[in-house]
Design a protein around this ligand. Structure first.
Ligand code: TYM
Length: 327
């Protein structure tokens, strides 16, 4: 069975970008693939979180993963920092990663712009740690959103380069996996590009119906369709993106026709999106509460997940050491 791996940084609660961009695929893939999902707590260190928050942040995401429907029996869930083997592979991969290419990664450039006083080496080598996460399990597929495309390109480059340098066919080149045919960027509803924690424009899986509705009703719009069948400006297309990912095909068609014949009322569109989002989020929110209350269960799941991840990583590392020359 093909191997699948993916992770999320524990820097707050899961939002709809994480859910529709990644976690929904995790849930779907666990039936068909040999899956492993993890919580990327080492990756979150690039922004210097408070030590007292690290453990709790990991538990938060774990409860949210479970609430979304990941079944740890089928798809182990582990915390990145519990599997130290990753660091050894990270070191090997760093020896073959070059400054120029790491500096060209868009997410590095963005972060360097946003936190000019903290352009640390971990930020620069973020893609090689991500490659180690994936390659240590020799994963074939990685469910991610559009914002991870460049990091995934780097992971493939690391795999290719390792195989080439040592003349082996050891690492498969991991492919991006998307829930629908193409990469998804869940937009922000504030007129900015994507929904994201650092953008401060998120709808969270923990938000109650009232909060979700309020956030959707406040979405930026314009003065309405002016001409039949015109192209939608970005802020309106963003709303239609939500219809596409959260509502039925019929609902999408209904509002698309209203747009095309210039009878669309944004208030109606937003009410529909809010209702459809609430219907998806409400049961997840309830389960988050239940799982969060059971820290013994969360810790047991993380422990068992780490054991299974370590087993897989150890087998890979044993081979990698031999290939590199440590016999
Ligand atoms: P992170 O924690 O920023 O986001 C987790 C996942 O959510 C997706 N995502 C989105 N997708 C669509 N639209 C959005 N607005 C949106 N916001 C977030 C991300 O694409 C991602 O799939 N580097 C990764 C974590 C990571 C990882 C890995 C992922 C570390 N190692 C190995 C896969 C494999 C990150 O920062 O994701």
């Amino acid at each position: 069975m093909e191997k699948v791996v993916s992770g999320i940084r524990p820097t707050g609660n899961l939002h709809l970008g994480n859910y529709f961009g990644a976690v929904r695929s995790f849930v779907q893939m666990q039936d068909e693939y040999d899956c492993m999902f993890f919580i990327a707590d080492w990756h979150s260190l690039t922004t210097h979180p408070k030590p007292e928050n690290i453990q709790q942040s990991a538990r938060t995401i774990l409860a949210e993963y479970l609430a979304c429907g990941i079944d740890p029996q089928r798809a182990p869930i582990y915390v990145q920092s519990d599997v130290k083997e990753t660091l050894e592979l990270y070191l090997f991969l760093n020896m073959n990663a070059y400054l120029g290419e790491l500096e060209r990664v868009t997410t590095f450039k963005e972060k360097a712009r946003k936190q000019p006083d903290n352009v640390n080496a971990g930020l620069l080598t973020y893609p090689t740690l991500m490659a180690a996460d994936i390659l240590q399990h020799r994963a074939a597929k990685v469910p991610v959103g559009k914002d991870q495309e460049q990091n995934m390109e780097m992971a493939r480059k690391c795999a290719r380069r390792f195989n080439h340098i040592y003349g082996v066919d050891f690492f498969p080149e991991p492919q991006n996996f998307y829930f629908s045919e193409k990469a998804l960027k869940v937009p922000g509803l504030d007129g900015s590009g994507k929904m994201g924690k650092s953008e401060g424009n998120c709808i969270y899986l923990r938000d109650d119906d009232k909060t979700i509705t309020k956030k959707v009703m406040k979405a930026v719009t314009d003065s309405g369709p002016q001409e039949p069948n015109s192209q939608r400006p970005e802020v309106i297309e963003n709303l239609f993106t939500f219809l596409r990912i959260a509502s039925s095909e019929d609902t999408y068609q209904y509002f698309d026709e209203k747009w095309n014949d210039c009878t669309l009322r944004y208030g109606d569109l937003k009410k529909q999106i809010a209702a459809d989002l609430c219907a998806i989020v409400a049961p997840i929110r309830q389960r988050i509460e239940d799982y969060s209350a059971d820290t013994a269960l969360l810790d047991r799941i993380a422990r068992e997940g780490a054991d299974r991840a370590r087993e897989s990583a150890t087998a890979t590392l044993r081979e990698v050491r031999r290939i590199v020359g440590f016999r």
